[in-house]
Design a protein around this ligand. Sequence first.
Ligand code: 5U1
Length: 672
Amino acid sequence: MIKLIAQQIASLRLEIEKYNQHYYQLDKPLVTDAEYDRKLRELRQLEQKNPELPQENSPTQTVGSTALSSFTKVTHEVAMLSLDNVFSGEEMNEFIERINNRLKRVVKLKFCVEPKLDGLAISLLYENSILIRAATRGDGAIGEDVTLNVKTIKNIPHKLIGEHIPARLEVRGEVVMPTAAFEKFNQTAIANDAKAFVNPRNAAAGSLRQLDSSITATRPLAFYSYGVGIIEQGELANSHYQRLQQLKSWGLPLTNEVQLKEGAKGCLDYYQYLLEKRSDLTYEIDGIVYKIDDIDLQEELGFVARAPRWAIAHKFPAQEEHTTLLDVEFQVGRTGAITPVAILQPVFVGGVTVSRASLHNADEIKRLNIKITDTVIIRRAADVIPQIVKVQSSNPEISKNIIFPDVCPVCQSEIERIEDEAIARCTGGLYCAAQRKEAIKYFSSRKAMNIDGLGEKVAEQLVDEELINTPADLFNLTSEQLIPLERMGAKKAENLLFAIENSKQTHLAKFILALGIREVGEATAKNLAQHFLTLSAIQEASTEELLKVDDVGEIVAKHIRAFFKQVHNQEVIQALLNAGIHWPALQKQAGHELPLQDRTFVLTGTLVQMDRLEAKQALEALGAKVSGSVSKKTNYLVAGEAAGSKLTKAQNLGVEILSEENLLLLLQKRDS
Ligand code: 5U1
């Protein structure tokens, strides 16, 4: 029996070491964090139950992995520890109990509580306030020298400013790629057929461990402090919380979320607070760190092989999990777009059970090289729709290719794929029941005609029972038709008819939106209404006139023109108006009288007599729009000294160029 357990332990150790190597050295994790945590726990439990077996050289006793040879090695003078995890309030209480047992007294414990950022741990060494070295954690004892790369991170001070700064001070913290920057980075990477990162942590690690620091400099990274290592020739406060405030006062970045709490209850309240706030934070976190605040108590408790006894990480539900791709369905949207949807073995990720995820389009299927039966990694960041980020493993013996259909799965019409467009579309239009249902759902939605009681299910029933074909048919429905529908009844039918009647009084912008013209969302619908004031003016507008509207470019103008040209759409609009839909008349807004109304300016280069903000405000006060980029819609480019690429682009587009003097004259003339 013991031989079997020893074998099991040896195999788990090998597996975890392989994971460590891929995670720490190659920035290419083989498994999700959740899976890694499970394996490590399994190993720890086996080791704890069998203490007679050798424990040295186990990944439970070390941190991370040995340093990569390409960077100079750095020996940490004070070891960079890792953290043990808890996954529930119960385990948190056990952690506190362990502390009290070890202290051999019951102490009212005060904790410094902090978000656990999902990035890369870094040590910054300041000598006489100057940043002289930055290193990764590596295996906790030896890391890698990444000074040049770290110096490109904008919020890391190269010099500390303030009083009582120890002559040698090592600051520790996490380098992260903020969520918004990560998403933008990946979008650009995908558009350029370059490698996208699985998550912000990989993006941060991959960016920081570049051998060429000019590449790191282009990556939007940020650093947040969470502790100290070396402290020489100087003293810090005796409270961890106060120490972090000292770091902040010397210019080091600290998250806004660091707090002091008492006992398990205080900690668990904070956990709940931050779990709810998770999606609003600008960086990703994977849990909370609770730390005994009193430094004397920390020292009394000490640490075990890889982690301190005075701190613990309370992990949030994992945002990444692995599961199996069971099948792919093809969904037809309102505009006929065909979206492949992954049918997944249900998996708990990011706090919910996920069984479906969009695969977006054929290009995405190709990019992921995904096949049915593959094991895939699902990511669901807080409040974000789940995504398949990569294939973890594929078995060529059973895997099946995903075949994109040639005909619509609902109406069997042909599917067209326009060159340069990623999206395939059903050509069935309103002949396609799927498109009819979606059009009716969209028409009735809150932001459009706001018909209460006409949700997804009812819209589907109405189409399936052939009671309606177009949104205009909604206004001819009778209670006799509605009452027999499943889960309807007399009361609901009456309410629905009342809501339909009520929706007749609307606003032009909402009506435009409800028509479901491709790429005309809320903002564009409002701009169209405000610009043209009447429906007939929009219907008759030429491309040139449409292009004058904010947000309307060539493609949107083309969609608007094409929509109103279709006889079928004209008939539906007429039927809707005949049914009694109406809206208050609109008037030109006062702003339209301003002298620079409808004129778009771009400011570039250095302005000498006024700064850019002043120039922008002066122009806007006269009704102009000041944009950050040059396009065909730009009317004037104001070129200050040393104007660069924007000036060249404006010249190429034939945009009128103004000098600073011209601008001042223009402002004076228009002002007087
Ligand atoms: N916020 C925070 N993250 N984090 C990670 N504090 C913190 N402390 C750590 C680690 C690894 O370790 C020390 C407690 C040793």
